[in-house]
Write a protein that binds this ligand. Structure first.
Ligand code: PLP
Length: 373
């Protein structure tokens, strides 16, 4: 059996380091907002190239706190409309609803699966105040075009970078040769450290990155009961803190993120070069580091039949995602929307194993089995 994702194998590589940081946590007993959170926040801001990072309880909260933070500082108001790709994971849309904003579901580009800046401008109305772009499957959305639109119309541009830790665009290096990276391509970005993500904790975790000092200070308050000084509450806050132990684990795993991402790209290149089967559509990839292959998503006409075949040959798979958000019961009030591209995607996609702990032999087996389909 080639598993879709072997989390044990992924984390077992760091067994000794993880155990040492657990022993230290046990000895020092800083459980909540201890020094490990601050250290990781600094490291992750530095990694993304942003001025600030705020650890949160999970990725959904990171997104929600960005939006609530902008409401708190008056950049958004309850009821404002927010553009979001219709084919995203439901969390992106839920965050907009939790912040009492109105999601405007927009079809993605059918090749990149991401929001495209092409004819997005024609969809803008007066009450649209923000765009959330999602770097879906690990590939950067077309941020240059989206940023130009956001700037022209004074909109907020926000990233859902939950699948794209470390993705970097080499197209526009700054004068000091820094390439823009996921987390630093917009006004504020949300990350998830759910265990299966490219940078995954051993439990839940999330973060916001931003260069906006006012937003940073507001989210610091919001994530901790509206409080900076113990028992002084400045705003109506939440409890959404990154766990100190998870922060310690994340600091360890961050050191290996780039190596893992490059392993994922190597596997993707092998798949793209060697899988030759007219029944399958392989993903678009420009060959650069703008894709960290959180998932390797292919399309097939008869998915049921293909799944049977993969099961027979003991190849793991998952579907990202089986049901589009607007067809979920929870989002029934959006079910009337006509989103044919999104609906096609959800019917046709299936993800192949692409974790950094796959061996060359396993990768070759996947290729051989799929070519014989
Ligand atoms: C995982 C994910 C989230 C939510 O992250 P959690 O940590 O599970 O709350 C949001 N958006 C996308 C695109 C994701 O993949």
């Amino acid at each position: 059996m080639i598993p879709f994702l072997d989390l044990h194998k992924i984390n077992d590589r760091y067994r000794e380091e993880l155990k040492a940081s657990f022993a230290q946590a046990l000895d020092t007993s800083y459980y909540i907002l201890g020094p490990n959170v601050k250290t990781f926040e600094n490291e992750f801001a530095n990694y993304c190239g942003t001025n600030y990072c705020i650890g949160t309880a999970n990725g959904l909260d990171a997104l929600t706190l960005i939006l609530k933070g902008y409401i708190e500082i008056g950049r958004l108001k309850v009821g404002d409309k927010v553009i979001v790709p219709a084919n995203t994971y439901i969390a992106t849309i839920l965050s907009i609803l939790h912040a009492q904003l109105e999601p405007i579901l927009v079809e993605p580009n059918s090749e990149t699966y991401n929001l495209s800046s092409e004819d997005l401008e024609s969809k803008l109305t007066k009450d649209i105040k923000a765009i959330v772009m999602v770097h879906l499957y690990g590939q950067l959305a077309e941020f240059e075009g989206l940023k130009a639109i956001a700037d022209r119309h004074n909109l907020l541009l926000i990233e859902d970078a939950a699948q794209a830790h470390g993705a970097v665009s080499s197209k526009h290096p700054t004068p000091n040769n820094q390439c823009p990276k996921a987390g630093n391509l917009s006004h504020a970005a949300a990350f998830s450290f759910y265990p299966s993500k490219n940078l995954g904790a051993l439990g839940d975790g999330g973060a916001v990155t931003t260069n906006d000092k006012e937003l940073y200070e507001t989210i610091l308050l919001l994530r901790n009961y509206g409080s900076k000084i113990k028992y002084e509450n400045e705003v109506i806050g939440y409890n959404s803190r990154l766990d100190d132990l998870q922060a310690a684990f994340l600091s360890i795993k961050l050191k290996y993120l780039d190596a893992d991402n490059s392993k994922r790209r190597d596997i993707a290149r092998s798949y793209l070069e060697k899988i030759k089967n007219p029944k399958l559509v392989l993903p678009f990839y420009d060959g650069s580091e703008n894709h960290v292959f959180h998932t390797f998503v292919i399309e097939v006409d008869d998915r049921e039949d293909f799944i049977k075949y993969l099961n027979q040959h003991k190849i793991g798979w998952l579907i990202h995602y089986p049901t589009p958000p607007h067809k979920q019961k929870a989002l029934e009030r959006f079910s009337h929307l006509k989103l044919p591209i999104t609906e096609q995607i959800h019917k046709r996609v299936i993800s192949l194993p692409i974790s950094p702990v796959l061996s060359d032999e396993e990768v070759n087996t996947v290729i051989e089995v799929i070519n014989a389909y």
